[in-house]
Design a protein around this ligand. Sequence first.
Ligand SMILES: Cc1ncc(COP(=O)(O)O)c(C=O)c1O
Length: 411
Amino acid sequence: MANTQIDWKALRKDFPVLDQQVNGRTLIYFDNGATTQKPRAVLDALRNYYEHDNANVHRGIHELSNRATAGFEGARTRAAKFINAHSADEMIFTRGTTEGINLVAYSWGSKNIKAGDTIVLTEMEHHSNIVPWQLLAERTGAKLAFLPIKDDRGQLDLNDLDKFLTNGVKLLAMTHISNSLGTVNPVAEFCARARKRGITTLIDGAQSAGHRVVDVQEIGCDFFAFSGHKMSGPTGIGVLYGRQEILEGMPPFQGGGEMILNVEYQKSTWKPAPHRFEAGTPDISGAIGLHAAMDYLDGIGRPKIAEHDQELGAYAFAKLSGLKNIRLFGPNVGRAGLVSFLLNGVHAHDVTELANQRGIALRGGHHCNQPLMRKLGVESTSRASFYLYNTTDEIDRLVEVLKEIQKFFGN
Ligand SMILES: Cc1ncc(COP(=O)(O)O)c(C=O)c1O
């Protein structure tokens, strides 16, 4: 491999869960698009928090509460640095990408979207970036429009965007990296064109935040949502970035403790962002674990992780292209670290099951992309999605296993 500075295989040792046999074979974990494994640094941070500092945040004036609050708010500041936001006040802790998008759809949407307005999405969106907008459209009478992909290569055309961004368009919401196709969208260019027309932009960063350098100022988006568990952090924690100016004008998403300034029996007033959007006790340990994950990733270097991802994606695509009777999805070049495919005559679930019998964790299904699957004319695909602890040797093993599966099915 071209990238010689890092011994990627050695990083496996940082991830205790990878040190196991599955069905008599060393585990090969290729389901990182769904969730990633956690390094010891994250597990230690969670344990340390619960063993030494556990208390509720922003409430008690006692030592443990002060420590928990410092840890929680420290994670917010770290997250702002991680994606180069102007300020920690632009970072709202959520349960993950899905909740971040729902927050925007409810709060920003209820104030800014009205009957007849259009929300532009793309044909490759995850259900998380479709269904919240459908619910908003049902509530308001707005319409949804979908930027098309042309074929199995799964790429969008910037020129189409200009045709779509007509007068009634209020929002462009799109994914940075497709979880099914591996397409990496040039989101900065999309956002620039939308911004020129005064259209608000949201980027779904679920598959990108832990895989490459993300700079929200460079992207120029208004919102950016991501999940901790897809970037070696804990489940249950994510971040919604929102440009401060926009957040200030948005009403609360949920009501409860932590988000108020003053409550009377008949009415209440709200804190400024981001706390206005964080009702109730937050996932304190999750934020602290996410902080450790961000430090871990930056300790390796996100540019190097991105390079490794791309090498694995290109390697897998090339190797799988060499098989007979296979249909591959996503771009030929410039793809992210995942590959989706179908073996002719073999159901994606059978591929997953037979790979599992040989110790390989794949995913088979619609990947929360049902409309995209229909567009491609398939029900499901098999997906191998990679992360920093994966290697080309593991991909070679996958290819061997796929050949065995083809033989088993007489292909
Ligand atoms: C592109 C994309 N968007 C959104 C999501 C939803 O993420 P979460 O389930 O962490 O909210 C996923 C998860 O697979 C995804 O791949």
